[in-house]
Design a protein around this ligand. Structure first.
Ligand SMILES: C[S@@+](CC[C@H](N)C(=O)[O-])C[C@H]1O[C@@H](n2cnc3c(N)ncnc32)[C@H](O)[C@@H]1O
Length: 210
């Protein structure tokens, strides 16, 4: 049996600015920044699934004078990561709530959605392929009209990203960016919902982390 991953220690490579994880983080943050620049609304809602220590969003809010526009809910299961994210959010004085909950359950998103930005970083590489497909199909349930979804996924063989991009299109999203640097295995995708969003709907399971 494989040892369970320590999801607190998993954040260690962020200490090295040249690590693939830090490079992935910078790409995600660039898209969060760009999304904030594009959206003029006084209030914007963000939800992050399996948010870890929330670095993708909190790192951007820390340097933005308009951070107060953002109302965010980070959903994370590991209490140590929840504590780290809460400490950072408090330090920023931001309107970010960190919910210690299972992001695989629809009910964990109650009152946190519909969101204008949905972050799924570090999720699709840790759930089954069928669950990735089902979760992508369910994403319009988390989205406000014209919401942006930022997601990541390893391209380790067999590379699922071509299928994932097709599933996003089938779910009513238009791709606005896809990064697949040649010297690393990670990829970052950005999709905008161009179809109508769906209501959150009934309780149930979207995915189970492996
Ligand atoms: C690969 S890490 C990604 C963290 C963060 N999104 C990032 O990119 O830095 C996956 C995170 O999901 C969390 N996690 C695992 N199972 C979860 C679940 N069922 N619900 C919410 N979070 C979960 C882990 O504790 C870990 O922090």
């Amino acid at each position: 049996m494989r040892d369970a991953k320590d999801w607190y220690d998993w954040h260690g490579p962020y200490a090295d600015p040249d690590s693939p994880l830090s490079r992935r983080l910078r790409l995600v943050q660039e898209h969060v920044d760009g999304w904030l620049d594009e959206r003029p609304e006084p209030v914007l809602r963000v939800v992050s699934a399996c948010a870890g220590q929330g670095r993708d969003l909190l790192g951007v809010l820390a340097r933005r004078p308009d951070a107060a526009r953002v109302r965010a809910t980070l959903i994370e299961y590991d209490p140590r990561n929840v504590e780290a994210a809460r400490a950072e959010a408090d330090c920023l004085g931001s309107t970010v709530t960190v919910r210690c909950a299972d992001a695989g359950l629809v009910e964990s998103y109650a009152d946190a959605v519909p969101a204008d930005l949905v972050l799924f970083a570090g999720v699709f590489g840790n759930i089954g392929d069928d669950e990735v497909r089902g979760t992508v199909a369910a994403l319009p349930r988390l989205c406000a009209p014209a919401a942006t979804v930022i997601w990541t996924r390893t391209r380790r063989a067999p590379d699922l990203t071509p299928s994932i991009r097709t599933w996003f299109a089938a779910a009513g999203f238009t791709e606005t960016a896809f990064h697949a640097p040649a010297d690393v295995l990670f990829s970052v995708g950005v999709h905008r919902l161009t179809a109508a969003p769906h209501p959150l709907g009934p309780r149930g399971r979207l995915f189970r982390f492996t």
